[in-house]
Structure formats: C-alpha cells, structure tokens
Design a protein around this ligand. Sequence first.
Ligand SMILES: Cc1ncc(C[n+]2csc(CCOP(=O)(O)OP(=O)(O)O)c2C)c(N)n1
Ligand SMILES: [Mg+2]
Length: 682
Amino acid sequence: MTTAASPAKASPDAPNSPDSSENREGVRRMANAIRALAMDAVEAAKSGHPGMPMGMADAATVLFTRHLKFDAADPDWPDRDRFVLSAGHGSMLLYALLYLTGYPGITLDDIKRFRQLGSPCAGHPEYGHAPGIETTTGPLGQGLGNAVGMALAERVLNARFGDGLVDHRTYVIASDGDLMEGISHEACALAGHLKLNRLIVLFDDNHISIDGPTSLAESGDVVKRFESYGWAASRIDGQDAAAVDQALRHAKESDKPVLIACRTTIGYGAPKRAGTAKAHGEALGAEEVAGARAALGWTYPPFEIPADLLEQWRAAGKRNSAQREAWEARLAASPMGKPFESALSGEIPASVATALAGLKAKFAAEKPAIATRKASEIAIETFSAELPNTLGGSADLTGSVFTKTKNDPVIAPGQYNGRFVHYGVREHGMAACMNGIALHRGLIPFSGTFLVFSDYCRPSIRLAAVMGQRVIHVMTHDSIGLGEDGPTHQPVEHLAALRAIPNLLVLRPADAVETAECWDVALRATSRPSLLALSRQNLATLRVEHRVENLSARGAYCIAESQGATQVTFLATGSEVEIAVKARDLLAAQGVGARVVSMPCWELFEEQGKEYVTAMLGPGTVKVAIEAAGPMGWERYIGPDGAFIGMHGFGASAPYKELYKHFGITAEAAAEAALRRLKHKG
Ligand SMILES: Cc1ncc(C[n+]2csc(CCOP(=O)(O)OP(=O)(O)O)c2C)c(N)n1
Ligand SMILES: [Mg+2]
C-alpha cells in the first residue's frame, strides 16, 4: 500500500520541514488563527460549521504557507495553483485563509458579517464573491468534480502552451460526504485513468458526518478505493504539520493523482464537542468557545489576530510574488503569449460568426433533411477550425451525440494534446468536470449525452448556472422522436425542468439553420451555460431563405407568416416546428390564416422585452403550442384558452412516426385544436 504519497514519518532533516518543535508550534499558532476566526464567525452568525475548519486548520496552514503556489496580490495569476474547498460547509476555513494571506476581497469586517446579506463570506463559498474562491461549493462532491476538470484543463493547456506558461497543481480539501457522493467515484475514476498527477486531494478523514460517526453508513476503505482508481493514496495524522508537509512534498513528485487521508478531529479544541457530530454544523456556544480558547492557548478576544501572527500569514501570501513576476516576464517574451492570452480571454474570434453564417447560407441553399444532432456535428466542425480553444467530449455516446469531429485528437492517459475527452459513462462527473474546465479558463468545454440523462447532470448544470459559467451541453435524442428505445430514454419533463433553472439557456433548434444559430448563441454566452436539445430523427430545413441575422438569438421569431388575416398562432420548438408549419398549411387550405413562431430559446425570448414578446405571441389569436414534451410552462404563452399538443405522460417503444401518431402530436391534431378553439371563440 506504500505509494509515492505515503510517507510514514516526516524526516526531520528535510528542507523547510516544520518538524522542529519550534516550527510545529509556529504552524499550530497560525492554524489557531483559523480556528479562532471560524469559531467567532459562526458564533456571531449563530449558524455555520466550525468543526471542519477546526480539524483541518493545521493541514490548510501547511498547504497555504509552504506548498500552494499563489500570490494574494494577484489572485487571477493564470499559473497559480487552484485550491478547491469541496467541503463547502467549512467555508470559514477558506474565508479565514483568504483574509489571513491578504487576498483583496475579504476583510475582517466581512468575516464578522459571515452569512449575512451582502457579505462575500456567504454560508458556502460562492464563486465571484471574492477573489480566491475558485468555485462555488456546498453540494458535496461537486468541488471535487470541478477540481478534476481544473486538473485536466491544466494538463491540456500545458500540452498546448508548454511548461513555461502552464505548470500548476490543483489542491482539494474534501470531506467524508464528498467521498460518499457518487459523483466522487465518477470524477476520481476518470482522474486516475487519465493520470492527472497534478491533482492532490486532502481528505478530511474525521470519521464524522451529520448523523454521527461515519460507521453508521460507511465501511469502505477510501485509500484502497482510490488506489484501485490509479491514485496514490495514503493515511497520515492530519494534525501533524510535519506529516502533512512531507505528504504534500511526496505528492508533488507523484505520477498519479494523490489522495492524502488526513486523520483529524472535528471541532478540534472544543472541550465537549470535539470529535462529535455536534461540532459539525452549529455554533459552539460561549462555554465551548471559551473552553476551546483555553485548550488552544488562544488568549485573544473575538476576531482579533495579533499583529505578529497576521504578519506571518501575510508573508505567506507574498512568498510566490517573485515567481509570479518571473512568469509574467516569460509570458511577455513567449511567442505563445498571444494565443495563450487569447485562450484565457475566452473571446470568440469574429471568424467564428462568419464561418457559422456561411454554414447557415449553405444549409439554406442545400436544404438538407438531417437530424439537428447531425447539423450540430457539422457546426462543430465548422467553428472548431476557427476556435482552437474548445474541448469536446461525450459520456460514452460519441457515435450518437456527434460531438467528436473526425479531426479531433483524443485525450488519453499522459497524452493531453487533444481536443476530445472520453468521459466514460459518467454524466454527473462529466458535467462537474466541465464546470471546472470553464472555471480554470483557457478552454470552452462542450460535451454530450442524451437529453433524458440531463437528470444525471442536473446538480452540476445548476451550479454552472449559479456561477455563470460558459459550459455547453449537447443533449440529443430530445423527445419521443428517438423512437424504439422507449420511455426510459424518451425525455418528457426534462425541457420544463431545465427551463426552470435560472440563467441556463435551453436551446431547441428546429432545423440545421437554427442549429448553427444556437451554437453561435452558446459560444457567445460568456456568462451562462447552454444546453442544446437536439433531435435524433431527420428534420426538414425550414429556414430556406438565408438571413445573416441570428434569428434564434431572439429566442423566438415568426418562421412562417399567415396567409391572410391571422387567426391562429402556432408556437413550437425543435422537431415540432415542422408539424406546426404543416398545420398552418392545413388551415390555409381551409381559408384560416395561421402563423408559426419558432421558439428555440424561451429564456432569450423573454429577454427581448414585453413589446416583442406580446407581438410575437399574436394578441387576439388562438394559440396552439406544439412540443413533444410535457405541457408545464406553456400555459404562460397559450393562456387559459390555448391548446397544447404534446405529451401528457411517458412515451412508448415504437418507430417514432408511429409514436407521434399514437400520442396525437400531428399537424392534423394541431389544426383541429385550432379550429375547435376558433369555433368556441366565435
Ligand atoms: C449533496 C449534498 N447532500 C447533503 C448535504 C448536507 N450536508 C452538509 S455537510 C454533510 C455531511 C457532513 O459530513 P462530512 O462531509 O464528513 O463533513 P464534516 O462533518 O466532517 O465536516 C451533509 C450531509 C450537502 N451539503 N450536499
Ligand atoms: Mg466528516
């Protein structure tokens, strides 16, 4: 079981080792500053989680003062090591570290206002609240998944830009809960497979979770488990600074990702609550806090850090500034400097829009009858040539979701000079990795699975939306239109569920032209995730007249005007726009004027403003919505008098054309529904 990362004992003569009693005491005192701030902040807020910061304070101190490469004065230094607090409930650990090391975003006053509105010190770390918070954590396991993505992004960018510009590590603190969550299996198995040796996880092995000892629900061996994934894993006393230091030094030499199980005592120092679940998630109370102060030898009043100690911490925050300056000089002198900065900026070159506009013109002229997943593949091929900084992938459905173009080299263990990741059958881990890749900067991640499996990605998609990250999900087989695989694979409620996530663009293009437009939208959506819902089945090209303007970017637009006075408005998305156009033709044959509004993206539509929305919905007309999914959400467009043609339960297994007939999602049914309502109205 001995591995590169399993030092039994710290060697006293190792350089920079905190193994002398003087150094040990020094680390302990610095760690106590974290403990005190955590106790005091939770006490002031009367809520929060003191236990984890108090247990992991020593390990975090060793990491931040001796190993983590960062410069508090320049939190966005692209070649900094990333630090992810996956156990986000222990947020005070991170806020204390950021304040103590001198990051610009967090003051002592902010810490005093822990968990209050407007404080960057929110209940759980929130990306964007303060520099140094690399990702939003709280839902256990997500941070760990993000970290795998960050470590992957680092290797990919290293392969592209070289050691001089990209040479950093990703460190994580993860708790029992992080490792119990299934997502940790997915993400960490992938990290082991890909040999992401720049990833180092400090596991807070405190044997306690909310309900009590972890033995209530866990008897696995984390170290063996990670070894089986291809990690180097070891156990240490996580409150022995010298052991942590040595383990981290070994970890940096590893050719595998590293897990260091740090045995700690939750709530360390608190006389009665230490080592118990009571220390996990509530204020300790005045008596326990006083007892902990006495036990730790911390004689200072609440929120007070003695000047000499703060100075030591601030020095730690500056210790890499020369290294950072040297890096800046290398960047300035590097021939790769420009492309590197362009990648980091995330800007989409104008040539991408030109290429996609050219593709639209080609589609409009050639009118292919292809699935939107296929049109998406062609769009990816088109923009990839202009945009080297995308990183594609799929969750073992590459031949179905068409996210890999023929020229994409594949990322493999030790070979990171590729553009495509085989994530394996790991949708959740994949989505969390994609968030980490986006947060890392330098790459735009997109990847694919079936729309029905968006449920398996949902927690990570939600966090991408919370964080405002450009992560692009290609989700195909987007309705009963997938046919024979049946109701287990046919999404019904998924569009509504995804549309319910704020700040997520749900894009469901109707044909090849709209698909190119939706890709353009997704690439340019720099501060939110997008999800492209694409058809398995072939669809006619409806946009046969080329328009340079991206009409899908308006969210909804009239794709077929009515002949004569408009009495009916059909609202449809994706594959059902074709049905709506046919229904319109049926009504036209009977002298009833109907127009068709294609609505590829509700979120963008509603951003157009009331006037546009009202006009597009056709005031005074009978409204019929057509979507091969559940009705939830459509009420707001069709009103109480409108009709909905779609699904009202789960699908079935059959060839898709039969299914559309069986479930009554046809042009005839739509036309009939319109006529019935017209009659009623009249
Ligand atoms: C996905 C998810 N489920 C549940 C929770 C609620 N929760 C917060 S911490 C925690 C477990 C605490 O145990 P551990 O992870 O070992 O942290 P420790 O108590 O040791 O700090 C749970 C269940 C959560 N944050 N995320
Ligand atoms: Mg625990």
